[in-house]
Design a protein. Sequence first.
Length: 407
Amino acid sequence: MNPGLLLAQIVVILALCRALRVITARIGQPPVIGEILAGLALGPSFFGWIAPGWYARLFLPASLPAINALSQVGLVLFMFLIGLRLDLSELYRLRRAASSTALLSILIPFSAGIILSQALRSLAPPSTPRIPFALFIGVSMSITAFPVLARILSDRGMTHTRLGHLAIACAAFDDVAGWTMLACITAMVTSTLTAHLVSMLAILAIYIAVMLLAARPILKRSADYFNRTGDLSLILIIVFVSSWCSEYAGIHALFGAFFAGVISPHATDFGKNASRVIEPLVMTVLLPLFFSYTGIRTNIGLLSPVLWLSTAAVIAVAVLGKMGGGFIGATLMGLNLRDRFALATLMNTRGLVELVVLNVGLDIGILSPELFTMMVVMALVTTLMTAPFLNLVLPSGGTYGASGATK
């Protein structure tokens, strides 16, 4: 790998991500939209189409593993931050209020995705087992992007409203359920024999027990040490060991990073202080590399007119399933009509988390390049919808959601 080429790639990626973040922010979209668009623009769908020679020189196939490796480090740290921001006490406090919406916003799109998978089966790689494929499509329909949703609520001043609390709780429930199901699907795909699957589940059970009984106290002491000294190295070692162990157990490394964040101390300022150290590097450097790598793997040119119709069907199922589940759940919770639509709209946000899931699906062979591209388009469209829909439902910027704020 030529270091000069890698540095040139990083410069181009970061510059375009920066430019498109500014542009999308001015039209009321979250920064992740600009980064997704930058990734698509740098891939074969645009850059490789209008300037194939320059594209071939800048993104040599032999250079892509380096970008992927850096992006994977960024994803591990990102998933750790997501787990770190998961307030378990808040989840427990809102468990009754949010359970119906969270459950329905998972079950309805998940069931719709399983039904849809029958129509998409012909697009899957021939070697993909039928049941894991159906389950994976169900999971991809049920994802809510917890970090994007939190950013939208913060930008609109809705973080401390009752609606904001419920949306965060529901999205957190969705993320935990989605990653747990994805871990099981990964184990199913990578295990060809029942005995092997049982062995992997046993390793996974041991891993979880060790993390709860041994790693959790170590994380607490390491967090106290970080709060005193600012040295984050012990925490990062535990995060990467956890990721390696979950990968060894047969599930994805990202699950280990997420789980390490979940069991980290939440009672002190550790989460806020750790995020202040880790987040700038992850969000401004490493995740843009992930978006570009995803864009390189996404080729809009693969979609024929028939596949575009299928993509429209995927988008329709994703939107109706997720928003329908959220709306019904919010109705059962007794929310007013505006807040029902607002909560349903927020649940439909997919963003970066969906792209992470889709890349896992492509890596383990569940998705074909065509189906991967269709699902990436779905993730982009459903995330783009959130801000405009929310502006229609709550034109005052969240005052409706403030009614009955949680005490």
